[in-house]
Ligand binder design. Structure first.
Ligand SMILES: NC(=O)C1=CN([C@@H]2O[C@H](COP(=O)(O)OP(=O)(O)OC[C@H]3O[C@@H](n4cnc5c(N)ncnc54)[C@H](OP(=O)(O)O)[C@@H]3O)[C@@H](O)[C@H]2O)C=CC1
Ligand SMILES: CC(=O)[C@@H](O)[C@H](O)COP(=O)(O)O
Ligand SMILES: [Mn+2]
Length: 409
């Protein structure tokens, strides 16, 4: 059995580099209190002369948002609800900080993302909750560091069209797409034969099918190689995360699903591969630490020196194998949704979000996640969504359907 190295995401600090740069990139961070938000702020700490935090958006973690305000003094911060914004405002006012504007909801996050001083937006709110603000940032001409894959699953066509129209760079932070983005610099798009997204296989890579029904949330939340938020961790356990990533890759790199392959690579050191028509395969290899793809996106097109070094000994044993679609039906469902079109992709993501929450709440078993999604997809009819508002309407309908299925109505 090969030894798989320990998770090291965001462990330790990158040695701070002071460069006395005159021009700093000015950042909005959507999802600042989450795993990606935390890693992004760690980069800002390490490169104080390169990056300045202008605005933040968070959900319900008022304590963390308050601490970030005291460290970064953003011009504006937004919370998920009015109640959470009011609690944060009160804490800031009691500490004598009246200068930080506190907003809430999707509108508040949109103000954060489109702030006139901001030139780079890190999109890392989890789920479709981040869609409106990300879309608005693109339309406002901001460069996007995109971690939020659900945006591309639900509204990929609209996002890509807006990015083209406004000449905006969408720089992938998701580790696999970041790897593909790096490898793509080795050839032109029409020279690509196919891409290979690596999948860790999650905590149940070797679990027999008969045991899947009894998987608990605590077991599913133990990702073997990455430390991440709860939704993506469960999605990795079902391999829906890889399904979303297939759709994300189709959108970002303008490829049909047949040219986006998945290979199970439990070491999570090869972050993905691009196969070119001449037979060459370019892979991106680095530490299992999200700060590297975040730094790549923030610094692009430059490369910034860091001490996120990779130990070549970790390449002494690498495994790659085919995913097992019978034990991981979510990956099959995602390929089917990708082929079926936008309405199916919206339903795929919405049903998954509801089903994952129900699993974590102990309302459905692990296998209830794919069962719920499959039933929602069966009942989803094709319609065209020509605006973000129409996407959100379809998203709400699919959520309602998933809730009804879970309730057994
Ligand atoms: N973590 C990772 O390594 C990777 C993550 N991604 C993607 O990045 C995104 C973020 O993931 P991750 O950081 O792990 O997730 P987390 O759950 O750790 O963080 C989610 C963030 O979103 C905020 N949030 C949730 N709901 C709302 C809302 N309604 N309004 C405003 N903010 C909200 C949370 O705020 P609060 O905590 O205050 O409630 C938190 O800041 C996801 O789309 C994920 O798929 C992609 C690749 C890797
Ligand atoms: C870090 C990252 O990009 C995650 O999306 C990761 O890929 C999840 O691991 P899985 O490969 O198990 O889905
Ligand atoms: Mn990923």
């Amino acid at each position: 059995m090969p030894e798989i190295h320990h998770k090291n995401q965001s462990s330790g600090k990158i040695t701070p580099i002071c460069e006395n740069r005159n021009v700093k990139k000015k950042l909005a961070i959507l999802g600042s209190t989450g795993s990606i938000g935390h890693s992004t702020l760690s980069i800002c700490e390490s490169f104080p002369d390169r990056y300045k935090v202008v605005s933040l958006a968070a959900g319900v973690n008022v304590e963390a948002a308050y601490n970030q305000c005291l460290q970064w003094f953003p011009r504006v911060i937004s919370m998920a609800t009015e109640e959470h914004a009011q609690r944060l405002r009160t804490m800031l006012h009691q500490a004598g900080h009246h200068e930080i504007e506190v907003l809430w909801g999707s509108e508040g996050a949109t103000v954060v993302a489109t702030h006139p001083e901001v030139d780079f937006v890190v999109s890392a709110i989890v789920g479709v909750a981040g869609l409106e603000a990300t879309y608005a940032a693109i339309c406002a001409g901001k460069t996007i560091g995109l971690a939020n894959k659900e945006c591309l699953v639900a509204a990929g066509d609209l996002i890509i069209a807006a990015a083209k129209k406004h000449n905006v760079a969408l720089l992938p932070i998701d580790s696999e797409h970041n790897a593909v983005h790096q490898a793509m610099r080795g050839g032109s798009p029409n020279e690509v034969k196919q891409i290979w997204l690596t999948a860790s296989g999650g905590p149940f890579r070797n679990t027999p099918a008969a045991d899947f029904e009894h998987i608990t949330p605590a077991q599913a939340l133990k990702h073997p190689t990455w430390t991440m938020g709860q939704r993506i961790t469960i999605d990795s356990a079902t391999m829906m995360n890889k399904g979303f990533e297939v759709i994300e890759a189709c959108r970002l790199f303008d490829l049909p699903p047949a040219q986006v392959q998945v290979t199970v690579h439990p070491q999570s050191t090869v972050h993905s591969l691009v196969e070119f028509v001449d037979g060459s395969i370019l892979a991106q290899i680095s530490v299992t630490d999200m700060r590297l793809p975040i730094l790549y996106a923030l610094a692009y097109p430059e490369r910034v020196p860091s001490d996120l070094t990779f130990d070549l000994k970790l390449l002494s044993h690498l495994d790659f194998s085919q995913p097992d679609l019978s034990r991981f039906p979510c990956l099959r469902l995602a390929y089917e949704a990708a082929a079926a079109g936008q309405s199916a992709c919206i339903a795929l993501n919405a049903a998954d979000e509801i089903a994952v929450a129900a699993f974590l709440a102990g309302q459905i078993p692990f296998l209830g996640i794919p069962r719920t999604i499959e039933k929602v997809l069966e009942k989803t009819t094709h319609a065209s969504q020509a605006s973000i508002q129409q996407v959100l309407v379809a998203d709400q309908a699919a959520r309602e359907l998933a809730r009804q299925i879970i309730a057994g109505v």
